[in-house]
Design a protein around this ligand. Structure first.
Ligand SMILES: NC(=O)C1=CN([C@@H]2O[C@H](COP(=O)(O)OP(=O)(O)OC[C@H]3O[C@@H](n4cnc5c(N)ncnc54)[C@H](O)[C@@H]3O)[C@@H](O)[C@H]2O)C=CC1
Ligand SMILES: O=C(O)C(=O)[C@H](O)COP(=O)(O)O
Length: 397
C-alpha cells in the first residue's frame, strides 16, 4: 500500500511505515503524480481535497484527515470518485477546551469576566463542546449548551436557542463549518447576532472563521459598546485580514487544537484506521511516542479550602497553557511580516499567509493537563484534589 502523508502529521512515518510505503509532502507543493501513485492519503486540514486540487480517476481508496474538522474535504466529489474518507473526531477536543479555559482565566485576571458568577454559552455540544462542559463542571462555572441537531436526538442534556446563548457573559463557538442544509453554520454569527452583543461580553471563536461574518465583525468592533473578541480562526486562512489584529483582544494562528496530545491522538486514530484497512493488529499507542513532562510543583495560596480560588486556578492552569503567549507571538510575527513586506497588497497578503502558516507549522510543544503530575502541599484538601483530577491532572503529594 502506498501512503501519501502530509508532513505536519506528527510521528506519521513512525506510526505508518510498517503498513506501507510512506511518502511525505508539504501541502504547498502537493504534486498530481504523487496523488496518482497513492492508495491512501493521510492529511491535515491544510490539504484541500476537491475537483480543483485533485486529479480525477486515481487509484486512491481512502483519504483520511488527522483532524476533527472535515470542511477541507469535498465529500460529494470523493463519493463521485469512489474514494472513501475518514477523520479523527474528538482527537483535539481537550486541547480546544483548555484553550477556552485559559482564555477565561486570563479574562478574569483582566477583570473582564467573573467566573464565580458568569454563564458560558457553548454553541456546538459535540466533542469540543462536551470536553469544555466537563472542565466547567469541574470548576463550578455555569454554562448553557446550544446544539439544535443534537437537540433532535435522544441527548438528555438541556439545550438553549442561540438567541438565549447570545445573552451569556461568554459565547464560545464549537460547530463544524457546514455550508448548506437546515443546520448550516456559515455566518451563523451575522450582523444581527453581533448587534445583540455588548462590551460586557466575551466572544471566542475556535472552530472555523467562516462561522462568523468577518466583515460584520469588523464593523461591530469599530462601533461603540463592542464585545471583547478572541479569534483562533479566520476567513480565508492563511491569507487572513490584518485589520482584525488590533480590534480583537487576542488572536492566535488556528492552534487551539494543537496540543501535542491533540495532534498525536489524530495520528493514532489514522494509524488505527489504516491497520483496519490492511487487516493488521494495532500495536502502537500514544504512550510509545509521548514521554511525560517533569511534574509541576505548585504552592497553592489557599490549599485547605473546599474549592480552588480563581487565583489558585490560574496558578495551576496558566503554566500548563497561557493563550496570551500565543497571542503575543502571533502579533510580533505579523508586525515583523507587515513591516518587512513590499508595500503592495499582493505581497502583503503573501507575507501574512506565509507567517500564519509558519507559526502553525513551527508551533511550540504544548502539553495537556493530563500529561502532568501535580505536586501540591500535603494539606491540600480532598475537594481541591478532586477538582484538579477532574481537570485531567494526576495529583500526587
Ligand atoms: N481551532 C482548532 O484548532 C480546532 C477547531 N475545530 C473545529 O471545531 C469544530 C467542532 O469540533 P468537534 O466538537 O470535535 O466536532 P463534533 O462534530 O464532535 O461537534 C460539533 C457539534 O456541533 C453541532 N452543530 C452542528 N451545527 C450546529 C448549529 N447550526 N448550531 C449549533 N450546533 C451545531 C453538531 O450537532 C455537533 O454536536 C470542528 O468541526 C472544527 O471545525 C476542532 C478542533 C480544533
Ligand atoms: O481538527 C481540526 O479541525 C483543526 O482545526 C485542527 O486543529 C487543524 O489543524 P491543522 O490540520 O491545520 O494542523
Amino acid at each position: 500500500m502506498k501512503i501519501l502523508l502530509e508532513d505536519t502529521i506528527p510521528f506519521g512515518k513512525e506510526y505508518l511505515s510498517d503498513l506501507g510505503d510512506v511518502k511525505t509532502y508539504a501541502w504547498q507543493s502537493l504534486a498530481a503524480q504523487d496523488i496518482q501513485d497513492a492508495d491512501v492519503m493521510a492529511i491535515r486540514s491544510t490539504t484541500q481535497v476537491n475537483a480543483h486540487t485533485m486529479p480525477a480517476n486515481t487509484r486512491l481508496q481512502l483519504v483520511t484527515t488527522a483532524t476533527a474538522g472535515t470542511n477541507h474535504l469535498d465529500t460529494a466529489w470523493l463519493a463521485s470518485q469512489n474514494i472513501r474518507w475518514n477523520s479523527a473526531g474528538g482527537c483535539n477536543a481537550v486541547a480546544v477546551a483548555e484553550y477556552v479555559v485559559s482564555t477565561l482565566l486570563l479574562a478574569e485576571k483582566k477583570g473582564r469576566v467573573d467566573t464565580s458568577r458568569c454563564t458560558v454559552g457553548i454553541v456546538g455540544a459535540g466533542h469540543v463542546g462536551t470536553a469544555l462542559a466537563n472542565k466547567l463542571d469541574a470548576l463550578g462555572i455555569n454554562y448553557k449548551l446550544c446544539d439544535p441537531p443534537l437537540e433532535q436526538t435522544n441527548d438528555s442534556r438541556r439545550f438553549y436557542p442561540l438567541a438565549e446563548i447570545l445573552r451569556c457573559d461568554v459565547i464560545t463557538l464549537h460547530v463544524p463549518y457546514v455550508k448548506t442544509g437546515p443546520y448550516a453554520t456559515g455566518k451563523l454569527i451575522d450582523s444581527d447576532a453581533l448587534a445583540c452583543l455588548n462590551a460586557s461580553q466575551l466572544l471566542i471563536n475556535a472552530c472555523r472563521g467562516e462561522v462568523i461574518d468577518e466583515q460584520a465583525l469588523i464593523s461591530r468592533l469599530q462601533s461603540s459598546n463592542a464585545p471583547v473578541v478572541v479569534l483562533d480562526v479566520f476567513n480565508n486562512e492563511p491569507a487572513i485580514n490584518p485589520a482584525l489584529f488590533n480590534l480583537c483582544w487576542m488572536v492566535t494562528p488556528h492552534i487551539a487544537g494543537h496540543s501535542v496530545e491533540g495532534k498525536v491522538r489524530g495520528t493514532q486514530i489514522v494509524y488505527e484506521q489504516l491497520c483496519q484497512l490492511v487487516n493488521k493488529p494495532i500495536k502502537k499507542q500514544l504512550s510509545d511516542f509521548l514521554a511525560p513532562p517533569p511534574p509541576l510543583s505548585i504552592a497553592l495560596t489557599c490549599p485547605t479550602e473546599k474549592a480552588l480560588s480563581a487565583k489558585d486556578l490560574a496558578k495551576v492552569m496558566l503554566p500548563v497553557y497561557d493563550v496570551s503567549e500565543d497571542d503575543a507571538a502571533m502579533r510580533q510575527a505579523m508586525a515583523d511580516a507587515i513591516e518587512n513586506a513590499p508595500k503592495d497588497n499582493d505581497a502583503l497578503s503573501k507575507a501574512i499567509a506565509n507567517t500564519f502558516s509558519r507559526l502553525r507549522k513551527q508551533y511550540r510543544i504544548r502539553r495537556e493537563c493530563s500529561a502532568y503530575a501535580l505536586q501540591l502541599q500535603s494539606d491540600t484538601s480532598i475537594e481541591i484534589r478532586q477538582q484538579l483530577s477532574a481537570l485531567g491532572f494526576s495529583v500526587t503529594n
